[in-house]
Design a protein around this ligand. Structure first.
Ligand code: XMP
Length: 512
């Protein structure tokens, strides 16, 4: 990567550090995240065009607060401190940071108070920005100017053009900050002089090289789920080490209509070395009589690992386990309620100790849309890359009540009809997730002259950015009407169709 321009991001523990890197990638600037304790020699070895000091949860006035090597400030490249980073920058250059003043959390209004290189002239004088701080800079270091302040009078940005030091008390990297990208652009292009010489194809080349170097002649095993993340990871590693990548695709019998066949075909077309394991009977047997959602998930998670382990053991000399972990998974595993269950399906944490496999996670720092872009770059078809997210436990969490082959088949048919109708109306691709849920409720109907007493299907379609929140999709009534008619006519186990109009929160996307 030496040929590319770099911005070094020094991570002081902010939950947004990866987001800063992501924003820079969006503007085609390469960045490297280093831990706060990296010394100036390490930073300098990247010949950085600039340094960004991230936010962090600490207070600079805490005697044990993390700090950076002050020699980094003498490297001669521009430095931008964000939130905690600005306070650290101020403190290290002779300013004063006060604790216990006016904390500000959430979207806050700021006003420009003087000319600024960072808040360029094209920006409005007033901006709504995301603040998240307890401390604030109360006395500026020598040579600095305060360039903006909040309604409450707190200094919200500082700079010393002569020294090349810039500070933002707010987070330009989050979408809640107006013109945040322009502010970061002003730093990367206007102040650091980056030209934007990097793109995701560079990422692919570098990553493939790194995988090759790390893995050498070892074998790597990979559990493919049919999803975008595991598939993109596998194709990348396949590019690096070819047939030494051994993939296992476990069909747990809980996939959508025709999905196992379609997915296997795609894998073959991509040149992946895949073993197909049909474990559907095993899963059905283990799920017999189980209706409690968490119990279903646990059984599926445990069995998946068992089946995968059995197959992986057959691969002699396997030293690595490839996983399609992406950055939101990393965050969720640390914080999201229920994440342990979500993770147990795919996560190495759940794999048996004796496997002693080293972990390979090439997508760990990326966001979903970046993974999709990379998927396209390395030859995955649009239709594959744009697949809607599908939960690890599959239709088990959409087949409420007892899971039987008959009920699963009915759900698969109804789900396929809903998908077909959305596709033919041109709506499917714009929806984050859409699916059918089979309810363990029977209701009375009339078909022809006969009474029916059958189960109910619920239609669920949601828009989302990241699956953390979701809004139900207002689907055209005619599309809903066609879907309901077809389901009742074509799926003999169902005589009633309802629409789920709950957003998340309060509901979750999946029903179980
Ligand atoms: P919820 O239902 O929690 O779902 O709103 C959020 C997102 O996660 C998916 N999901 C899962 N994905 N294993 C997965 O890989 C799981 O166990 C799992 N449960 C839910 C869900 O489809 C939605 O996209």
């Amino acid at each position: 990567m030496a040929q590319n321009e770099n911005i070094i991001i020094i991570n002081c523990g902010s939950q947004f550090t990866q987001l800063i890197a992501r924003r820079l990638r969006e503007m085609k600037v390469h960045s490297v995240i280093l831990n706060w304790d990296s010394d100036s020699a390490k930073v300098s070895s990247y010949s950085p065009k600039g340094v960004i000091i991230s936010g962090g949860p600490d207070s600079v006035n805490n005697p044990d607060a993390i700090t950076i090597d002050p020699k980094i400030l003498a490297l001669g490249c521009p430095v931008l401190g964000i939130c905690y980073g600005m306070q650290l920058l101020a403190k290290l250059t002779g300013g004063v940071v006060s604790s216990g003043g006016s904390p500000e959390y959430g979207v806050t209004r700021i006003h420009r108070t003087s000319q600024s290189r960072l808040l360029g002239a094209s920006l409005p004088d007033t901006l709504n920005v995301l603040m998240s701080h307890g401390d604030n800079v109360s006395s500026l270091p020598e040579g600095f100017t305060a360039t903006s302040a909040t309604d409450g009078g707190v200094i919200s940005s500082i700079e010393s053009e002569a020294k090349g030091f810039y500070g933002l008390q707010f987070h330009p990297e989050v979408v809640h900050t107006e013109h945040g990208m322009e502010i970061l652009r002003a730093f990367a292009f206007g102040i650091c002089g980056c030209s934007g010489d990097w793109d995701l194809s560079d990422w692919v080349n570098v990553t493939v090289g790194r995988i090759r170097e790390a893995v050498g002649g070892d074998k790597v095993v990979c559990g493919l789920s049919g999803g975008v993340d595991s598939s993109v990871s596998a194709v990348l590693v396949n590019k690096a080490i070819g047939q030494n990548l051994r993939c296992v695709f476990v069909n747990h019998g809980l996939m959508r209509k025709n999905e196992p066949e379609e997915v296997m075909e795609s894998y073959k077309a991509l040149g992946l070395n895949v073993v197909y394991v049909d474990a559907s009977e095993k899963f059905l047997e283990a799920l017999k009589g189980v209706t409690e959602p968490e119990q279903k998930r646990k059984i599926i998670g445990r069995l998946f690992i068992e089946v995968f382990d059995e197959e992986a053991r057959k691969i002699e000399g396997a030293k690595w386990l490839l996983q399609g972990t992406i950055y939101p998974d990393v965050i969720e595993s640390g914080s999201k309620k229920g994440a342990a269950v979500i993770k147990s399906h795919h996560n190495v944490g759940g794999l048996p100790e004796h496997m002693k496999l080293k972990l390979l996670e090439p997508l760990r720092d990326l966001f979903k849309d970046e993974v999709r872009q990379i998927g396209r770059l390395i030859g995955l078809a649009d239709s594959f890359v744009e697949r809607q997210p599908f939960p690890g436990p599959g239709l088990a969490v959409r087949c409420l009540g007892e899971i039987t082959r008959k009920r699963l088949d009915a759900l698969r048919e109804a789900d396929a009809i809903f998908r077909e109708e959305l596709k033919s109306a041109g709506l499917y691709d714009g929806i984050w997730q859409s699916f059918c849920v089979l309810l363990p409720v029977k209701s009375v109907g009339v078909m022809g002259d006969s009474r029916t007493y059958r189960e109910v299907a619920a239609l669920r379609a949601i828009h989302s950015q990241d699956a953390m929140t979701a809004e139900w999709v207002r689907i055209d009534y005619d599309v809903l009407d066609r879907t309901a008619k077809r389901i009742c006519n074509e799926v003999k186990e169902i005589n009633r169709v309802v629409l789920d109009i709950t957003s998340k929160p309060p509901a979750t996307i999946e029903w179980e």
